[in-house]
Design a protein around this ligand. Structure first.
Ligand SMILES: [Zn+2]
Length: 336
């Protein structure tokens, strides 16, 4: 999922602000009010942004548009809704989100530039698992710089990898060196696949290709790197058959529900999650929000899982925590 404000990127300049591995600890979560949640897909935004507007999650339909008119940048139908999610007041975004992370006992994999992620580590000590990708400000990050981030500076996940927005396959050889590095360092990779553009990729992202979100495009990459652990972000939505095919063919592949969980019609979202679980992959479905812009997005997204009447309490806990803990190799005892 990439709403308009999504990939806020700045050129990396790690040097003085790199993360010391010792700064990353997940053993400090002391909240006893809620069982722990792992959000594996969260963006290190500073603020909601000046152009952010209220949003209705799970709108019921996407609207057509006419190229002869001024076209909106997303296709979500204009509906009234409860709850409506609001951007944070200026300067309040991080504070508001951290308050909900504390209240809901959430630890998150936070993706962004090293500088932006560092800000979140400072704001939410013990609740941030740092992630960073190989693109920043529209350019590829030098391989040595990325190696330093993962080998020395404590970053744990390589992502978000948004090749689909450039119309590039994850198996394209032009990016193979990054995946080879991840395999060498035993770092999981998180790749955007499936969703994108909120119904208006044609208007906002001319290089986006739905076809490059096909989960089966990962097969060549996975064959080249048999030890690579892959998080298919957005669960390859809506290509369920191909997603299930890949999950059956490769036991190192997990999916996250981020973005799709709040940005498609609710009945369809639940049907998709149910297919993944009923297909036999309930231990590889991970919760995520795609947290950005709206501080209450996380609480809202968690409620979708909690209210899913087709999931057992054990399946809900697997999605909200256990599966991600296994994928990320987090000691379950480290979060209380
Ligand atoms: Zn994404």
């Amino acid at each position: 999922m990439t709403p308009p404000l999504r990939h806020v990127t700045r050129r990396l300049a790690c040097a003085a602000i790199c993360l010391a591995p010792a700064a990353v600890s997940y053993a400090q979560n002391t909240s006893r009010q809620a069982p722990p949640v792992l959000d594996v897909h969260f963006h290190a935004m500073d603020d909601s942004g000046p152009t952010a507007v209220p949003m209705c999650p799970n709108t019921s339909r996407f609207t057509a548009s006419d190229p002869a008119t001024k076209e909106a940048t997303n296709g979500w139908a204009q509906e009234e809704c409860t709850p409506k999610l609001y951007p944070a007041a200026k300067g309040e975004y991080i504070k508001d989100v951290v308050a909900d992370m504390e209240r809901l006992n959430v630890t998150a994999v936070v993706f962004g530039t090293p500088e932006s992620v560092r800000k979140w580590i400072d704001a939410a000590p013990g609740r941030v698992i740092p992630g960073t990708g190989f693109e920043a400000a529209g350019a590829r990050v030098p391989l040595d710089q990325l190696r330093t981030s993962f080998a020395k500076d404590g970053f744990k996940v390589m992502g978000e990898i948004g090749l689909q927005y450039q119309g590039v396959s994850p198996s394209d050889m032009s990016v193979d060196q990054y995946f080879a590095l991840a395999e060498e360092l035993d770092i999981p990779v998180a790749i955007h696949m499936g969703t994108g553009g909120s119904g208006r990729s044609n208007v906002t992202r001319s290089t986006f290709r739905g076809s490059m979100g096909n989960p089966l495009l990962l097969e060549e990459l996975l064959a080249r790197h048999p030890k690579l652990r892959v998080q298919v972000m957005h669960a390859g939505y809506p290509m369920i058959d191909n997603m299930l095919t890949l999950l059956q063919a490769n036991s190192h592949v997990y999916v996250d529900l981020a973005g799709l969980i709040w940005s498609y019609p609710l009945k369809e979202v639940n049907r998709y999650i149910e297919r993944l679980v009923d297909g036999g992959f309930g231990d590889r479905v991970m919760f995520g929000t795609d947290q950005l812009v709206w501080p209450k997005l996380m609480a809202y997204s968690i409620s979708i899982i909690q209210n899913a009447d087709y999931l057992t309490p054990e399946q809900k806990r697997d999605i909200l925590y256990n599966n991600a803990a296994r994928f990320l190799r987090i000691d379950p005892k480290s979060a209380k």
